[in-house]
Design a protein around this ligand. Structure first.
Ligand code: ADP
Ligand code: MG
Length: 415
């Protein structure tokens, strides 16, 4: 189920807002309305946030991000269109229903988190629960657990003034977590933090999201942050959503010149993952296979190196043509003598920025593996360098290896 759905949603500020929507639908621009004292903050926004994903809305200041997120939790009413939270239209909710939604389904974390200076960290984290009238011991228990989750275990009795900026922001996050809602709305939550702390908070948010499976709608004007955090990203410009996609899709296929210009500055190595640029292995060798069949496999696929896997497709090593030729000549029955067990493997989700040094040290292709160490792809150095040099707007990576391009894997041996 989608956690949040917007369908042709508008928010227009000013007198005769309805008329503003009608004019926009007829093709009037944001500037034309502005000249008449009408602000078209959000124009014809349609998107879906899937349950359990981090969905980032990215745009420059004034592009309508805060207005959008405030409509999601009912702080602002859309001028037109629909806004569904778990299938219920926020537009038609009365005050009581809205309050219940904010209590049970949606929590918000702001950039400048208003912590109460004279209340303890624990009391601050429990604030939302206190407002709801939750029992005192329940408040304490949930606040304590939320503080533990954000790495502030043991700080319950401190005052906010004793905490660093990053830690204070963690209290803000803990407050939202303590509320126990499935959806977290975060409006520029990390924008005021120093770069290093910001990075730490991003890592922690990703970790928490994996652990707790929350749905997060995250707003930022920082494209690198958007690409680091977002499972998917909505690019906003002048009130409109101009593209929704994964970081890779936006980098590789920007919807228009605006997005293309924007992503030019992105550090591609921090965005692209091994899984996004790898090529599938043309063939895998089963560890109990003999040298002769491997030689044939290499000849069939015109390749001089193949990865060797066990019955579960887990990486055991690699074999090179030279070693195979020698093994065949020596009449070896097994691959043992030919096996190169020093293969460097990297996880699918590894960022290319973390692989550059590794690849520089290793002239041979890296094996890309999943969580179970099963081989899912090959990352040749040339592929890596190519991915880094590509700019937005170009088509997909040209084939960089002398390998067949079909995704067929000859699954020999390993039965
Ligand atoms: P962002 O969060 O992307 O910086 P906002 O959603 O805050 O953008 O603002 C989008 C536009 O709507 C801006 O031009 C802003 O001035 C205008 N705006 C936001 N809130 C109001 C309001 N309550 N009344 C009138 N105009 C508003
Ligand atoms: Mg804003």
């Amino acid at each position: 189920m989608n956690a949040i759905v917007a369908r042709e949603t508008y928010k227009v500020f000013g007198k005769r807002a309805d008329r503003g929507v009608a004019r926009l639908r007829e093709g009037a621009t944001r500037e034309e309305l502005r000249a008449d004292g009408i602000t078209a903050a959000v124009i014809d926004a349609s998107f879906e946030v899937r349950e359990g994903e981090i969905f980032v809305v990215m745009g420059l200041s004034g592009s309508g991000k805060s207005t959008l997120i405030r409509m999601v939790n009912g702080l602002l009413e859309p001028t037109a269109g629909e806004l569904l939270v778990y299938g219920e239209d926020v537009v038609t909710m009365n005050q009581q229903q809205l309050r219940r939604m904010r209590r049970e389904k949606v929590s918000m974390v702001f950039q400048h988190f208003a912590l109460f200076p004279h209340r303890t960290v624990g009391e601050n984290a429990a604030y939302g629960l206190a407002v709801q009238g939750t029992a005192k011991d329940e408040q304490e228990r949930r606040a304590k657990e939320a503080l533990r989750l954000v790495g502030l275990k043991g700080w319950e009795d401190s005052l906010p003034g004793q905490l660093s900026g990053g830690m204070r922001q963690r209290v803000g996050l803990a407050r939202a977590l303590a509320a126990g809602t499935d959806i977290l709305l975060m409006d520029e939550a990390f924008s005021a933090l120093d770069p290093l702390i910001k990075r730490e908070m991003q890592d922690q948010l990703i970790e928490l999201q994996h652990k707790l499976g929350k749905t997060i709608l995250f707003i930022t004007h920082d494209l690198n942050e958007a690409m680091r955090l977002g499972d998917r990203i909505a690019m906003m410009r002048d009130g409109r959503i101009v593209q929704v996609g994964t970081a890779e899709q936006i980098l590789n296929n920007p919807a228009n010149e605006f997005v293309a210009q924007f992503v030019l500055d992105v550090d591609r190595t921090r965005v692209l993952t091994a899984g996004a640029v790898m090529t599938p292995p043309v063939a895998l060798v089963g560890s109990e296979q003999g040298p002769r069949s491997v030689q044939k496999l290499m000849s069939d696929h015109q390749t001089a190196r193949l990865f060797v896997v066990d019955r579960e497709k887990r990486l055991c090593g690699a074999v090179d043509e030279e070693a195979i030729v020698r093994a065949v000549r020596d009449g070896d029955e097994t691959l043992d003598g030919a096996l190169d067990d020093q293969v460097v493997s990297v996880p699918e989700n590894a960022r290319l920025s973390d692989l550059l040094a590794l690849s520089a040290d290793t002239p041979k292709a890296l094996a890309v593996v999943d969580d179970e160490r099963r081989v899912v792809g090959v990352l040749a150095r040339v592929t890596l360098l190519n991915a880094l040099s590509r700019r937005g707007g170009e088509s997909r990576a040209p084939e960089t290896q002398n390998l067949p391009t079909d995704h067929a894997r000859a699954e020999v041996g390993a039965r």
